[in-house]
Unconditional design. Structure first.
Ligand code: MRU
Length: 358
């Protein structure tokens, strides 16, 4: 998708420098910086510090992290050991382990002298596949938006939480892909963008990328969705996910659960968009999902532009107060209207997921 009118993906291998390049998302929307990752440790820290984030992009970065590991030390013991650090860098998004396992499996069956070329191809395949899957999620989700538009004959208002946009994937996004496809088809859409405290991925990233594609959107405080739904100002919700269990329970950015409850209470359809790489087929009880707890400073401090247009971080809480920063929550399947996947739309249930994917 576009930034300043130019098409980008979120991660790529630069054939000149032989580095992996990313868009540093901690600086958006105020600064557009392309950053080079030269070592696997740099890839790990980019994931930890959220220079790259969003489940599918974390997966893509982990895949390229293995490429960087191979470049540093062409030894399977080293690569397998460092891959554990990659997997631990953010615990909730299942795509991370999925991508690392896929890379290691590929390397385990070939000769050492092929490692680099095979790792490069596999990382690119993972990213290309994600782009294709997200495009298909868009085409499948478009049908729901079209149906609402055909009934309503007026702008379709969609609420989304966090950033499950193209910046969270390789391209297109998951939750935003149906929106981009509807916009390209000429269907009038307007997006309610949850600010998504504490890191403001909605305001800083979702609104930014929708603006770049000229899609009307309005940022709202995280607590505003409920009254908008009561007023009939939300036609549907679409969110992404970091890990969806085979039971249909959906783990996503903190606050998603409360939006789902409000949607349920008001009869607003609540859809979750995901590629199959985000499905966890192993964990059966959502209480066993590792929920990332991040630095409380992400709550107590906020960053923005000062009067001289420089990025500045300021403390907004009482100095003595404690804070708790849980990054994700779980929406039980019963509140999910449907899962929009690359293969089609299905019920959030074990039976429907198995039928679609196994
Ligand atoms: O903490 P983040 O910014 O990585 O969280 C991102 C989300 O919660 C997204 O909704 C999720 O990863 C899906 S991305 C298509």
């Amino acid at each position: 998708m576009k930034i300043n009118g130019k098409e980008y993906r979120t991660i790529w291998f630069d054939t000149q420098s032989k580095d992996v390049q990313i868009i540093d998302q901690t600086k958006l929307p105020h600064q557009f910086i392309i950053k080079n990752l030269k070592t696997v440790k740099e890839a790990i820290s980019a994931i930890k510090n959220m220079e790259v984030r969003g489940a599918p992009l974390i997966g893509g970065t982990a895949a390229y992290g293995i490429v960087l590991a191979v470049k540093e030390n062409n030894d399977l013991n080293f690569i397998t050991k460092i891959s554990e650090d990659l997997i631990q860098s953010r615990p909730t998004a299942i795509n991370l382990k999925w991508a690392v396992d896929r890379m290691i499996k590929k390397l385990s069956s070939i000769n050492k002298d092929e490692y680099l070329s095979v790792a490069l191809k596999e990382a690119k395949d993972i990213c290309d596949e994600d782009e294709k899957f997200c495009k298909n999620i868009g085409l499948n989700g478009l049908k729901i938006i079209e149906e609402i538009y055909n009934k309503k004959k007026n702008t379709v208002n969609i609420l989304t939480h966090c950033n499950a946009g193209w910046l969270a994937t390789i391209n297109w996004g998951t939750a935003t892909s149906p929106i981009y496809h509807a916009h390209k088809k000429g269907i009038p859409v307007h997006v309610w963008v949850d600010e998504t405290r504490p890191r403001n991925q909605g305001a800083n990233l979702t609104s930014f990328e929708l603006n770049e594609e000229q899609i009307p959107n309005t940022i709202i405080a995280d607590n505003t969705g409920g009254i908008l739904m009561q007023r009939g100002d939300v036609d549907m919700c679409i969110v992404g996910t970091d890990r969806t269990l085979s039971t249909g329970d959906v783990c996503n950015k903190i606050g998603t659960y409360l939006k789902a409850l409000a949607a349920y209470d008001n009869g607003v359809p609540f859809y979750v968009a995901l590629p199959s790489s985000t499905i966890d087929w192993d964990i059966k009880n959502f209480n066993n999902i590792p929920i990332e707890e991040r630095d409380p400073q992400e709550l107590s401090h906020i960053e923005g532009l000062d009067e001289n247009n420089n990025l500045k971080k300021v403390l907004i809480y009482p100095k003595k107060s404690k804070s708790l920063n849980l990054a994700f929550d779980v929406t039980p399947a019963k509140y999910v209207t449907g899962l929009i996947t690359e293969k089609g739309i299905c019920e959030a249930s074990n039976k429907a997921l198995k039928k679609m994917f196994k």
